[in-house]
Design a protein around this ligand. Structure first.
Ligand SMILES: C[S@@+](CC[C@H](N)C(=O)[O-])C[C@H]1O[C@@H](n2cnc3c(N)ncnc32)[C@H](O)[C@@H]1O
Length: 243
């Protein structure tokens, strides 16, 4: 079971008629995982500041694509949703606590939020050079990528602290690390390695070493001894049921 399937399981999609939101949906991977298990009928609001949903998700009648900035109030009235997912976006938001407060507002009493994030500082790469891997991962978690206004490679471990200062009830805290052995273009490992490479860009000498490091990962993959994982953290929160 992968990251998105685990999130779908934690979302308790246990009855028909649920109104679900996936905040910062990206290509809609979590949406796909939820649609695979949610009893019909169901509706998933797929929210992101940019439109990058896979075609198959975009054209699914159960999905409503919404372009919105999560740094602004959410485009839902109070108590509109049964379930909400916020996966791998908190590090990019100006005020993650305000985002959590908005999630609380738009959930119905008894509604569930799965607040989840990868903790990038835990990135594990099997490579020919462990010391260089450490240097590059350290750099990766301390540099804001060009496409983002802000980032925090330690966000996974901060979710619980953020959650505890809200009015949500804490249902559970989960961590896992998925095993990835592929390193072909477009794979999860390759994408993270490209992020690591990009983080070295301002240092020509380190870029040279990082490029060789990526080649080393590809060699390991060809030999079958490549491994990548990162620890994900998911905090399951419930809006207290109305008295
Ligand atoms: C790392 S991707 C995660 C996508 C998806 N949740 C997943 O795990 O596959 C981060 C997403 O957050 C979106 N994003 C970043 N800042 C945002 C903001 N202020 N409002 C809405 N979406 C935002 C990006 O467009 C991107 O799709």
């Amino acid at each position: 079971m992968g990251r998105h399937e685990r999130i779908a399981e934690l979302a308790e999609l246990d009855r028909p008629g649920l109104e679900i939101a996936d905040f910062a949906t990206g290509m809609g991977r979590t949406v796909r995982a939820m649609l695979a298990v949610a009893p019909e009928p169901t509706r998933v609001h797929a929210i992101d500041s940019a439109s990058s949903l896979d075609d198959e998700i975009l054209h699914d009648a159960r999905v409503r694509s919404v372009i919105a900035d999560l740094d602004e109030p959410l485009p839902f009235p109070d108590s509109a949703l049964d379930r909400a997912i916020s996966l791998n976006v908190a590090e990019h938001l100006a005020d993650p606590a305000a985002h959590l407060a908005e999630c609380y507002r738009v959930l119905k009493p008894g509604g569930v939020l799965v607040f989840a994030h990868s903790d990038w500082d835990t990135a594990l790469f099997a490579s020919p050079d462990d010391v260089l891997t450490r240097t590059l991962v350290d750099r990766f978690v301390s540099v804001v990528p060009r496409w983002a206004e802000r980032a925090d490679g330690f966000m996974g471990r901060k979710l619980l602290g953020l959650a505890l200062s809200t009015e949500f009830e804490l249902d559970g805290v989960h961590t896992w690390a998925d095993c990835h052995r592929r390193f072909d273009k477009g794979s999860v490992s390759w994408k993270v390695a490209m992020g690591v490479l990009a983080a070295a860009k301002d240092d020509p000498e380190l870029t040279k070493r990082a490029t060789a490091w990526v080649e080393g990962l590809a060699t390991f993959a060809a030999e079958g001894r490549f491994l990548f994982s990162v620890t994900d953290v998911a905090v399951v929160l419930r809006k207290p049921a109305a008295q």
